[in-house]
Design a binder for this molecule. Sequence first.
Ligand code: BES
Ligand code: MN
Ligand code: ZN
Length: 507
Amino acid sequence: MAQMPRIIFKPFSKITSGTVVVPVGRKLKMGEFAGGLAAIAGLEKAAAAAGFTGASGTLSLYTPAATDLDAVIGVADGSKSDQIGDAHDAAMALGGRIQATLAKTRGAVTIVADGPDGVYDPQTVAAIAGGMLLRAYKFDRYQSPKDDENGDQNAKARAKDKPLAVTIQCADAAGAKKAFKDVAAIADGVMLARDLVNEPANMLGPVEFAARAAALEKLGVEIEVLTKKEMEKLGMRALLGVGQGSGRESRLVVMRWRGTKAKAAKPVAFVGKGVVFDTGGISIKPAAGMEDMKGDMAGAACVTGLMHALAARKAKVDAIGVIGLVENMPDGLAQRPGDIVKAMSGATIEIINTDAEGRLVLADALHYTIDRFKPQFVVNLATLTGAILVALGNLRAGLFCNDDALAGQIFDAGEATGERVWRMPLGKSYDKLIDSKFADMKNTGGRYAGSITAAQFLQRFVGDTPWAHLDIAGTGMSSPATDISDTWASGFGVRLLDRMVADAYEK
Ligand code: BES
Ligand code: MN
Ligand code: ZN
């Protein structure tokens, strides 16, 4: 992972060296930074000459006359992007844009997080810092440092550098430092999810993924790792059938964060599809773009990142995370189209297409989670269907839900965090499309409504438990860059579900 900036919070004081960053816009003009404490003559004039009003963009002024500063950088504090959610998310986006302007900066940086009217509260300041971390994230562990093609001759040298030292000057430094703890915990969860999704499948098989999840033990998360043998005993033939063509054994990981002493309360539960690589199996995928299928465990990565976030910020909730980890490979022993498998629930499934494997993994993971933990709700995440990309593109995840209240909570958290969802239909007539001639159901529903029939399949394993399925095939990987995400694996879902838990389930 790229070096993260080291961020500290300090009260306002006169800045005499290094680079100064000023959020400019509604709240602050270019020449007024540090609440006027260190106004520099001429900045307003320079901003006017460059046409920089703070409405958008940035303005960089190097070694301003009559100062020892390296640079003063104005960054517009608003954004017109409709990918941005509430005020907290807008502040994260501002932090992301600030980080982007600092990509080639060396030496100390001071961000002046306030206007003359003192409007940046501690949460906002912390969110700016969090946005900087998320934007700084890079997955470059397999790249040798080299001087980059943009003429940055220092890139190689900088790779060995100390991290960028950032001081955020603000009205309530102690408050911001405190608020930053939670923000950093969530950012770490997002970056863990990104790391897992970016990692190639030769490095991250089911066993290696399970070990990464087990590392959450150091945060106080209880971990159980079920082996193939243990899953066989439980009758998880749907999940195991997917992995049977792989040379690498399947795993199921159960994570539990007990952040509340309220015994009577049922836990909340999150379940993730963790196909470490999806070749399609015997129903093999075409070669073009198949490399992206290393990200077919984004659901499991999100659940792992979410458990990290909840534990690291000591969320007052009892949360279960369950991930089904398999590899879908063609092989002499691989599952065939036409095979019939019996899921842990007792239901039988006719395999029509071995590439519709995610639902098979989730069938057993969902049944196991509900059967064992009797959660108040279960949310599953999966890169389940290409069809959800056709429906929603890569800007919103598909939300399928059997409970209006739960759907509302997830939708609202999506609008707030900018990790947006859109509700899709479920119903009996869609459900019929997966009836099978030979078994209780089949694993595909024909040419049309592919995301819906996949969701119907999952619904057959959740009974009456309030349940939501997020199809993140479009949003979990190769989604568009944003102010706070400049990487292939967005980490989608961690901030969304952390917010949903915080707003609706923490006591
Ligand atoms: N992992 C894929 C879905 C996917 C596609 C994720 C593109 C990310 C990007 C899933 O296992 C799959 O192959 N689904 C099939 C289902 C079909 C065989 C019914 C699909 O979407 O084509
Ligand atoms: Mn598939
Ligand atoms: Zn898949």
